[in-house]
Ligand binder design. Structure first.
Ligand SMILES: NC(=O)c1ccc[n+]([C@@H]2O[C@H](COP(=O)([O-])OP(=O)(O)OC[C@H]3O[C@@H](n4cnc5c(N)ncnc54)[C@H](OP(=O)(O)O)[C@@H]3O)[C@@H](O)[C@H]2O)c1
Length: 188
């Protein structure tokens, strides 16, 4: 059994963007139902992983162990400025080395973006939780994965071996749903 269960979390617009053209997640993409879903997932996770601009900024954040992806360390290092954070340069050290320094050797890892970080784990997700706001578009915005908008996020997840489970409604009035994209276990 693999030691880690790897899960991705994001909310995207109808056109597959996670932020606007200024690389900022706009208020129009924030919904209470999705926030509650995301917060509960992060509280359950043993470790969260994100790029330097994707800190979730929540009241529970200091309690959560995290790996921050950056080119500004030689390989891995404890983050002197943030509680419970490990800095990781993926070109210089393996993910497992960063997890070792973070003191996490098993359990659930939540990958929370941005796009480069999502791409990095594309072939390792057990489940990718794709939230989508059907009534929001962000023209010229920041695509969730490389390959969007040529392909939809769903087509990209599918190309990487993930299959959709039943969607949950997070906000009926605003058309916000979340769909678990799951990897089917290999049979040998
Ligand atoms: N809608 C959502 O659910 C959602 C989810 C996540 C993020 N967002 C939003 O989307 C925007 C994402 O910002 P962003 O595109 O700047 O992404 P980001 O991944 O959070 O931050 C980019 C930074 O991460 C580091 N990084 C990324 N890839 C790396 C790699 N391969 N190797 C080493 N370091 C790497 C670099 O840090 P250094 O400069 O330190 O080297 C880079 O400048 C933010 O506004 C965020 O709030 C939205």
């Amino acid at each position: 059994m693999p030691a880690f269960r790897i899960e991705g979390y994001v909310i995207v617009s109808a056109d597959g963007n996670l932020a606007d053209e200024r690389h900022v997640m706009p208020e129009t993409l924030k919904f209470e139902g999705d926030k509650q879903f995301f917060t509960a997932a992060l509280d359950r996770a043993d470790l969260i992983v994100h790029g330097r601009h994707s800190h979730e900024g929540q009241p529970n954040s200091p309690r959560r162990k995290r790996i921050v992806v950056t080119r500004h360390v030689a390989d891995v290092a404890a983050d002197p400025s943030t509680t419970n954070a490990t800095l990781w340069n993926p070109a210089k050290a393996t993910f497992e080395t960063a997890c070792d320094l973070a003191g996490v050797h098993k359990g659930t890892i939540a990958i929370i973006g941005g796009p480069d970080v999502f791409d990095m784990f594309m072939d390792r997700y057990d489940t990718f939780w794709l939230s989508q706001a059907a009534n929001v578009t962000l023209p010229g915005g920041e695509p969730v994965f490389s390959g969007v908008p040529k392909q939809t996020p769903q087509q990209i997840l599918s190309r990487h071996g993930l299959k959709p489970g039943p969607s949950l409604v997070l906000d009926a009035e605003n058309g916000v749903t979340v769909t678990p994209w799951q990897r089917t276990p290999q049979t040998s």
